[in-house]
Design a protein around this ligand. Structure first.
Ligand SMILES: [Cu+2]
Length: 182
């Protein structure tokens, strides 16, 4: 797949293999250090070729590798989210790590209409549900849940905790989804 880029290496490779003095046909001792140098260069080139092949292999015919997931930790306490402003990119896969660090033992959740039509993968101690036109993930005090999803839909959306009077007391946030960088 990278043969066209590799002709320099293909020339160098046999040179490395033929570097045993007894077989090189010249019988000249003086050439030995130079040929050993050539062998080292050939190995370096071979290593470089492997690196290039690996790089091009990822972007080439095989399916594109998913980009690394961004993990955004959100700490929930009475009565706030930290951070409470999330900037996401349309199409990216993110993990919201919801950590309930409430020292008063209160359960909190992360609820948003934005999540309604997005499949979530919830790991850890999270409870997923839908209520009042929002999808939520609820986490008990001292526990953490990872909520993984692929962002779909640009715009600004509110999120909040739906437990009684938590949002009124300030447990709200904003989620802004922008276009991917060109
Ligand atoms: Cu709450």
């Amino acid at each position: 797949m990278t043969v066209r880029r590799a002709h320099g290496c293909q020339v160098a490779w046999p040179a490395g293999r033929a570097s045993v003095p007894a077989h090189d046909g010249t019988g000249r001792q003086g050439r030995r250090p130079r040929r050993r140098g050539a062998r080292v260069r050939a190995r370096l080139l071979a290593a470089a070729l492997l690196a290039v092949t690996a790089t091009l292999g990822g972007a080439g015919g095989s399916p594109a590798q998913p980009p690394p997931k961004r993990i955004i930790e959100i700490v929930m306490t009475s009565y706030k989210y930290e951070p409470n402003l999330l900037r996401l990119v349309d199409g990216e896969t993110v993990v919201l790590r919801l950590r309930n660090a409430d020292q008063f033992g209160r359960t909190h959740n992360f609820a948003s209409a934005f999540l309604l039509n997005i499949p979530l993968v919830v790991r850890g101690d999270g409870l997923e549900g839908v209520a009042d036109g929002r999808k939520f993930v609820s986490v008990e005090a001292g526990k953490t849940a990872d909520v993984e999803f692929t962002v779909r839909g640009r715009g600004s959306y509110a999120f909040l905790c739906t437990l009684f009077d938590h949002a009124v007391r300030g447990q709200t946030g904003m989620l802004i989804v922008g276009a991917p960088a060109p």
